[in-house]
Design a protein around this ligand. Structure first.
Ligand SMILES: Cc1cc2nc3c(=O)[nH]c(=O)nc-3n(C[C@H](O)[C@H](O)[C@H](O)COP(=O)(O)O)c2cc1C
Length: 212
């Protein structure tokens, strides 16, 4: 993948959740530093910056996490009705080992102390701040030819133990690595799980439900 400069709109349009397109190379340290810098520049409630990034490259750890995710995927598959299970069957939900690098993004609710400016009435704003850091990382990755795949098929306690996280919540495991290509259409759409909604369906005027 080339790393020609791209506009933020181009990066947003090209971004994909990557599972199968990791090239097998490992993301270079300077590139990783740049995309983590982008993540760390995210806005956050009360400027708390409640995220941390645990970089995992140990092959044994990657394999242990992949085995755990495979079990969670199997449990989910078993919970599905037959038609959904058939659609789900060919869909990959992770590229943990092939990506070569996992980044566990954590949330520290205590950061900022007892009086977080802006979180008093909407507690979720802390968690939302972490999600913004992840999106920054995801888009900066696209600009660098680096794919990101968000994995949420895990038991939080398992992941906490795996990385030794105490008092912080693992919010995401991101598979991060160079890719051979970015798919044009999301996997879940290509495999018939769920298509993207039209923008017009998401826009309401003045009050919920007033559309068109
Ligand atoms: C909070 C969150 C959790 C996700 N968890 C997973 C996951 O466990 N496995 C996976 O393959 N993709 C996961 N995804 C990726 C979505 O499936 C993907 O974003 C969606 O299908 C749209 O595709 P796109 O990102 O390529 O546009 C997750 C995305 C988000 C935002």
């Amino acid at each position: 993948m080339s790393t020609v400069p791209m506009s933020v709109h181009d990066a947003i349009a090209a971004r994909r959740d990557v599972r199968a397109e990791f090239s097998g190379e490992v993301v270079a340290d300077d590139v990783l530093e740049r995309i983590l810098t982008a993540a760390h520049r995210a806005p956050s409630v009360g400027n708390t910056q409640p995220w941390d990034f645990v970089i995992v490259r140990n092959e044994d750890t990657l394999r242990r996490f992949a085995a755990h995710v495979a079990q969670c995927r199997a449990d989910f598959a078993a919970s599905l009705p037959a038609d959904r299970a058939e659609t789900f069957d060919p869909i990959r939900v992770e590229g943990i080992v092939p990506s070569g690098t996992g980044i566990v993004v954590t949330y520290d609710e205590s950061r900022g102390g007892d009086h977080v400016l802006g979180r008093a009435t909407v507690r979720d704003t802390g968690l939302l701040s972490v999600a913004l850091a992840i999106e920054n990382l995801w888009l900066a990755g696209v600009a660098e030819g680096i794919g990101v795949g968000w994995v949420s098929f895990y038991d939080e306690e398992f992941l906490r133990d795996l990385i030794g996280a105490v008092d912080v919540r693992p919010v995401a495991w991101l598979c991060v690595g160079p890719v051979t290509e970015f798919q044009e259409v999301p996997d879940l759409e290509r495999f018939g799980w769920r298509p993207r909604r039209a923008l017009s369906e998401a826009i309401h005027h003045e009050r919920w439900g007033r559309q068109g």
